[in-house]
Write a protein that binds this ligand. Structure first.
Ligand code: FES
Length: 221
């Protein structure tokens, strides 16, 4: 059934075809459209801004993890490290941690990686240049990234994934690793609260990751 057209409406109440128009209804529809458009814009901003912050933050979080981090005391290595039967060196594994921040939260004590410290107590330690008596190796195998462990029985480092074997100076003895274990910078910082003689030191390591399975130790970018 078609709707009857009022015959006595003024011109502004009809459309171009002469059909009657309810002006109040038209205004209400325009207003609702305007409100809906505003809501959609606000919703997009609400969802989009955090996403942009997150994406920007992903870039920041994936940058190389550089910088010295405190991992132990020198006395820890001497007291708790395993002793090499052939060299008398102390071998001690440490975990490197840091506090990470993303767009929403702070995550304390996140594990960055593991490091093997090899200390030769027979060498005089030079606090300003400890590398001759104290060496730090990344525990990440330079072949394909498995965890290298110390095998006390055979007094060497080994990787269970493809039977890679390294000596205590990190040189490859057996297996597919294309380069020695990756060395990390290490430094000693005096522990001012220490009352021992000689004084104790904090051991700090510049932790980083390297590109696997190539002959050169190239830090990951
Ligand atoms: S990952 Fe270590 S030997 Fe392959």
């Amino acid at each position: 059934m078609s709707e009857a057209t009022p015959v006595n409406l003024p011109d502004h109440a009809r459309d171009t075809t002469g059909t009657a128009v309810n002006k109040a209804a038209h205004d209400r529809r325009s207003f609702l459209k305007w409100v809906w458009g505003g809501l959609k814009t606000a919703l997009a901003a609400l969802l989009g801004v955090p996403a942009l912050i997150y994406l920007a933050d992903v870039g920041r979080r994936q940058r190389p993890l550089r910088g010295f981090r405190r991992v132990a005391r020198l006395s820890d290595i001497l007291q708790h490290g395993k002793t090499s039967a052939t060299t008398g060196k102390r071998i001690y594994e440490v975990v490197v941690r840091e506090t990470r921040r993303d767009a929403w939260m702070i995550h304390p004590n996140q594990v960055l990686g593991r490091v093997w410290l090899v200390h030769d107590p027979n060498q005089k330690i030079e606090p300003n240049d400890p590398q001759s008596a104290l060496v730090a190796f990344s525990a990440v195998c330079p072949h394909l990234g498995c965890s290298v462990r110390y095998d006390a029985m055979d007094d060497r480092f080994s990787c269970p994934c493809h039977a890679g074997v390294f000596d205590l100076s990190g040189q490859v003895l057996e297996g597919p690793p294309p380069r020695p274990m990756d060395r990390l910078q290490v430094r000693l910082v005096p522990d001012k609260s220490s009352s021992t003689n000689p004084p104790d030191y904090f051991v700090e390591v510049d932790y980083q990751e390297f590109v696997p399975d190539i002959p050169q130790a190239i830090p990951r970018s």
